[in-house]
Each structure stands twice: as structure tokens, then as C-alpha cells.
Design a protein around this ligand. Sequence first.
Ligand code: 5CA
Length: 440
Amino acid sequence: MRLSRFFIPILKENPKEAEIVSHRLMLRAGMIRQQSQGIYSWLPLGKKVLDKVNNIIREEQNRAGAIELSMPTLQSAELWQESGRYDAYGKEMLRIKDRQDRPMLYGPTNEEMITDIFRSSVKSYKDLPLNLYHIQLKFRDEIRPRFGTMRSREFMMKDAYSFDLTREGAEHSYNKMFTAYLRTFDRLGLRAIPMRADTGPIGGNLSHEFIILADTGESEVFCHKDFVNFDIPAENTDFDSVDGLKSIFDKWTSLYAATSEMHDEAAFNAIPEGERLSARGIEVGHIFYFGTKYSEPMGAKVQGPDGKEHFVHMGSYGIGPTRLVPAIIEASHDENGIIWPESVAPFDVVVINMKAGDEACDGTCELIYAALTKAGKDVLYDDTDDRAGTKFATADLIGVPYQIIAGPRAVANGEVEVKDRKTGARETMTIEAAINRFVA
Ligand code: 5CA
């Protein structure tokens, strides 16, 4: 992609409305634009990152055996009257009427709809276990939307829903999603700590929140400091065995860990003072087991091996991609801008032409741009007429992991400079070596 043809509306000034660094940087880097309170457009640079985040989530959901579908954003109120949540949900639910005066709503979550899909076609235990998910916009009319897409009114969610014949089966499905979550956040370059959590309006009796420690986070966690170190299950992990989760499950039995809703002062104070960790964090995922809470009122049952009908045991599993993007920035930035982990970077490498219009610089940049693109790399080529200083500032701000810098002096020697955005290390090398560095 040539920067001269791309659309990155960079802001030179710090936007006044942004209170936290990720919001500031997302606006400055031209990733998002607020359309109305708590409702955002994702501009091309932001969209590229969001798509990468979603793809990692998708790969790990699929690996764990979940199956993707797509449900609408608008739902009929009738479904929610069946479950009893239509009145209970309160003002957070955006209620709408269609031209026939039928009550509709913009879905804040999809337990009812997925239960309806399930009951209409699954009749036998032989079709279980089943886990269906989608990645879709949600709307919650939050009283205090803030921090950009971190807490917005319209936001994206990956929500998965599991169906099992028995409680044991449902707990097994829960553990599979647990494993997928640990792997997902790890691949996003994040350490998300699983915490036992309150179930809130989703209901049920088993729940975990996945929290990234950050001073600007809206959640509070209390735990033993050793709780935050645990092993991430490997790619080839057996999702049907909880072995990969053993080191974490062991920690819950031996070490204290709680969110503010579950906090027990006395138990926390029993930890030696130097070993206590009380910190703020960002909730990036939340999983629930809620048994037959929706299947009973909505009549979602299957025939069991005993020939009798059984209400299915369900769980739901949420991740917030539009919150994860700012969470990654909170965890990875410096005074010059964003530092993307390679797995979600909007481009693999940026080629900076320090003197556009200079024949040697243009030729070198075109050569590198073509070679890396041909090798399948996603390259941003800064071919604009901006001053070199502006180009460096832009490249640092948007956080592409590597910069290949072509200036007249180096190019005259057949060389370019390669800069690592994260460490700031610069290395001069031949043009060929620079290409090989990213192609090999
Ligand atoms: N039905 C369940 C799980 S599928 C559910 O709705 N869970 S939730 O309410 O905890 O939301 C799941 C995830 O969505 C949260 O962990 C968070 O990452 C994201 N999320 C929730 N509200 C917002 C919001 N206002 N802005 C951005 N992300 C949000």
C-alpha cells in the first residue's frame, strides 16, 4: 500500500477528549472516528488491526471445535419476553419499533437467539456437544461510554454458546473455551489473567473474567503475586483434556485471586504483605456456565440416551475485539506511539523514502516494496513528499514493527537502514540483506 493513496487521517495535536493513552493514540493514528457518543467508525488502519484480532480469535475458536455462524444485530422482543429478560435488562437495551409497531431491539448479547436456533433443529443428544459462535456488533446503552472503543455503546463481540446434555459435559465445553481464551490472548501479545467472577445479568453459577493488568482499567483485581504467572497451553494441546489448564487450576486451590465483586478482605489479608497484588485491569473476556437458565423457559431440549427429554446445559463465552485493540495499545506503546505485536500489526513493514523524487531513493524503495509484496508481506510504502522528520514520526506513531529507511547517502552505497520499532535498534545493511531479512 502506497501511503500517498491510503487513507490515514493522522492528527498532529493531542485530541482533548481522550483521557487515556490508547484512545489518544487511536485517534492520532487515524484508526477510529467517533460518529456519536460511544459509536465509532473503524478507519482503514484500525480496521486492518481489528480484522487481524478477529482472525486470531476465529482460529482459536475453530481449533477448540466451535463453529462460526452469523446472527443479526436486530432481534425481536418476543424472544426476550420468553426468557424473561426483556423487562429485566433495563435501560441498557436499545428498544426500537418497526413500521408495523412490532417491538424490536438491538442485541446486547445473543443467548435467546441462539437458543431459538438450537431448539428449532436439534432434537437428539447425538448432535451434542455443539458450540456455535459469531463475531458481531452489539449495542448496550452504557450510562458512561468512555475511553474510545474501550467502553463504547456499539461494540464488537465474539460470542460463543455451548450446548451439552449434562452438567459435566457443559463443564468440559467450558474448559475447552478456557483453553482457547488463554491461547487467544497469548497470541495477541497479552497476558490475560483468568479470575473467578460474578455472573451479573447473564446468570449462572460458574464464571471467569480474563483481565489484563493496566492502571487505566475499570476492573479491580486482588491476588497473590504468583498468580499472574502460568503456562499457556501449546498449539497442539489436547482440548479434550484439562491437562493444559492444570497449572492454572492448581493456582486457584493454592493462591488467592478475586475480582472486586468476589473480594474477601480477610482472605486477602492472610497473604503476607509483600506477596499481595492489588491492581486495576481491563476485562477483555468473560465466560459463563449457566446450566438450563435459558433452555428451560425457552423449551430447548433433546432426547437423551434414556429416551427421555432433557433441557440442555448451556454456557456463553464473550471476547471484546473492539476493546482488545485499545487494550493491546495500553500494554504496548511508548512516548512516540503504538508498538504493535507482529501478530496484529496493520502492516508487516513500512518502507520510508526519505527523499521522494530522488531517482536513486525512488528506485530503491520501489524495488524493496515490490520484492516484499511479492513475498506475501503486507508493506506500507511512504512515498509522500513529507519531510523525513514527519515520516519518521508517522511510522513511529502507527507502530508498524519494522521500518526500512532509504535516504540518499545510504542508497548511494547500495544500503538502507532497518529499524526495529520496539527496541529502536537501527542497522545499516545492503538492500539485498534488508529484503532477505523479511523474506527469508
Ligand atoms: N453473553 C455473554 C458472553 S457471550 C456476555 O455478554 N458477556 S459480557 O457482558 O461479559 O461481554 C463480553 C465481552 O464483551 C466483555 O468481556 C468485553 O470484552 C466486551 N464488552 C462488553 N461491554 C463492552 C463495551 N461497552 N464496550 C466494549 N466492549 C465491551
